[in-house]
Design a protein around this ligand. Structure first.
Ligand SMILES: NC(=O)c1ccc[n+]([C@@H]2O[C@H](COP(=O)([O-])OP(=O)(O)OC[C@H]3O[C@@H](n4cnc5c(N)ncnc54)[C@H](O)[C@@H]3O)[C@@H](O)[C@H]2O)c1
Length: 252
């Protein structure tokens, strides 16, 4: 993939799947900024792994819900690695919480929206002007089949993942004549990360729902992230690409 020398920002880049995206982008030749949320130890460990691959990296502490922190984080990345060419909106909150809409705390609803959806708005708002100035940019928003199919007990999470698809299509339109593409990836379930927090009996039930009858390997997802981040994906924009092992097929 033609991606060498680009600067990537991966939100939640030290999480279960985010770490694999960060390393895959580095292996493809990018320098990578890894955002962490509450503490930076995990992000710093990923930075060391990236440096061992011969690329530059930094860990940046950002609460995505806070626009000022996002703005400061993006400026820090630019000062250290260069301006952001590739933005991967991967971080999310409330992923495995299961509470019906009636029982959900309003505070949980607000927090999920402020991180998962407003967080992506904040990063796009801060990264897009620089991409437009340079005439090249790639934005990849990590959505979920919860956003396209609904999720029992996942009202806030599903709403944010559906919202990301609308945000993706709008950013694609607004970036189209400036050399910027924006796509969403609609995930099924992947081993590692938040899926590990689901009780084993539920994991089994979910996997039986997939046409391929298995959880995805995070690398199978990162391959798509790297492709969408590359020059080779230049004619794809505004898409919501499902990578789910056939979760939406009629399986029995
Ligand atoms: N693992 C799966 O099977 C699966 C399925 C569908 C979608 N997804 C999506 O993939 C992405 C990664 O999920 P994961 O499984 O690796 O989860 P994870 O919990 O391991 O990672 C989530 C990351 O988001 C970060 N984060 C949370 N709140 C934040 C905030 N306020 N500011 C900054 N960062 C914050 C966390 O620090 C963490 O690094 C998420 O968008 C999730 O919705 C995962």
């Amino acid at each position: 993939m033609s991606i060498k020398g680009k600067v990537a920002l991966v939100t939640g880049g030290s999480g279960g799947l985010g770490r694999v995206h960060s390393l895959s982008l580095a292996k493809a030749g990018c320098d990578v900024a890894v955002t962490g949320h509450s503490h930076l130890e995990k992000a710093e460990a990923v930075v060391k792994e990236i440096e061992a691959l011969g690329r530059k990296a930094i860990a940046v502490k950002v609460d995505l819900a806070n626009l000022d922190e996002v703005q400061a984080g993006v400026q820090k990345v630019a000062a250290s690695l260069g301006p952001v060419d590739i933005l991967v909106n991967n971080a999310a909150f409330g992923i495995v919480r299961a509470v019906t809409i009636v029982k959900m705390d309003k505070a949980d609803w607000d927090r999920d929206l402020s991180v998962n959806l407003t967080g992506a708005f904040n990063t796009i708002k801060c990264c897009m002007p620089g991409m437009a100035e340079r005439g090249w940019g790639r934005i990849i928003n990590i959505s979920s089949i919860a956003g396209t199919m609904g999720g029992m007990g996942q009202g806030s999470y599903a709403a944010t993942k559906a919202g990301l698809i609308g945000l993706t299509k709008t950013a694609a339109l607004e970036g189209a004549r400036k050399g910027i593409t924006c796509n969403a990836i609609v995930l099924g379930v992947f081993a590692g990360g938040s899926f590990n927090e689901v009780a084993p009996e539920f994991q089994e039930r979910i996997i039986k729902r997939m046409a391929l009858r298995r959880a995805g390997d995070p690398q199978e997802l990162s391959n798509v992230v790297v492709f969408l981040a590359s020059e080779e994906s230049s004619y794809i924009t505004g898409e919501a690409i499902e990578v789910s092992g056939g979760a939406s097929l009629f399986t029995f």
